[in-house]
Design a protein. Sequence first.
Length: 379
Amino acid sequence: MPTEDIIGKDDSHFFDLDISEQLKINDQKILNENTLISSEEENFIKSTGELTTFHTVKKSLVSDDGKIVGMCGISTDITKQKKLENLVKEQNKLLDAVLNNVDAYIYMKDEQRHFRYVNDKTAKMFGKPVEKIIGKLDADVIGHELADHFWKSDKQVFETNEKQVFEEIAHDDDGKIQHYLSTKMPYQLDENSQVLIGFSTDVTELYQLKEEFKKQANTDALTGLYNRRYFFNHAEKEFSRAKRHGLNMGVISIDIDFFKNINDKYGHPVGDKVLIEISKNILLSIRQEDILARVGGEEFAVILPESTLEEAKKVAQRISITENTFLMNAQNKEYVDIKLSIGLVSKRIEDESFDELFIRADNALYQAKKQGRNRVYIA
Ligand SMILES: Nc1nc2c(ncn2[C@@H]2O[C@H](COP(=O)(O)OP(=O)(O)OP(=O)(O)O)[C@@H](O)[C@H]2O)c(=O)[nH]1
């Protein structure tokens, strides 16, 4: 619009004054108070009907005798900038909603170990409001011990500049171990700041389940002893270690005598109880480092690491003379003394695998049975 079309016209010609509130308020103030106003105005342009945002500076014009005679103003159209700012605000709001509702601990840390960001879940775990964490050193927020523990994995991310996944452990307030699966990635926040962004999820329940499955896979359900699978896996490793370092190793094979008769006479559940009690008794005769397993129905085996034949013989005899007397029939007060046949061997230089050792132990057990049972046969 040419200047001459503007001069002499009032605001109502250009702006929709009914809805341009701030413009009216500002102008009123300037004309009444001899002042300067610097503010944002949202004005409706009459010709286009558009809402336009201005950054406006307005000042009263005063005559020599102090009367306000008008006003002078400079307005800059900041509509686009304002729209962009609003867009960024909206996006930040959305990002906040996502980061604070996702079931993960999310945090950002710089190379100097300051927290640059934490989501609500992380702040809650640290027991502090977000604003008391951001900008603070990790040790000041979570204590030196825990901070140093986490820093070990954080450091790897900064050193390799690559995304990494860690299994991390921390203690909760009650001292219980919590397991976390943490993905940590490097991120260039700005020209001067290299940070890491971490996402950690609490996998304690999953970890416990995994451990329980592992235990079940290695354990005999009836007696709670190691099962055959675990026994042979462990034995092979123990054998390799013994061979490598020239160490002794004993193996004891145990079988209950005439166990079939117990089942036949008193029933399977009574037989089960006998198996459980005998397992407990054998455990009492061996050392902490010996491995006892139920390798068959009524067969047990023991690995005795770093034991000479003499030492293993003492253990086998201890197992053999243990009183395994059980009440089989409560009504008739019938007790039965269960006996064991035992085969004992120790590792020889020429043994190439644990299987060779175990076959010899089984043969020794067979000899013990053959010679009348209830004895230890040493091969
Ligand atoms: N109660 C019970 N019995 C079992 C279990 N596993 C195997 N048995 C029994 O153990 C018995 C083993 O019998 P045999 O192999 O003939 O051996 P035995 O009667 O002990 O005779 P010898 O070994 O020659 O002295 C069988 O009756 C099986 O049913 C179990 O988990 N529970």
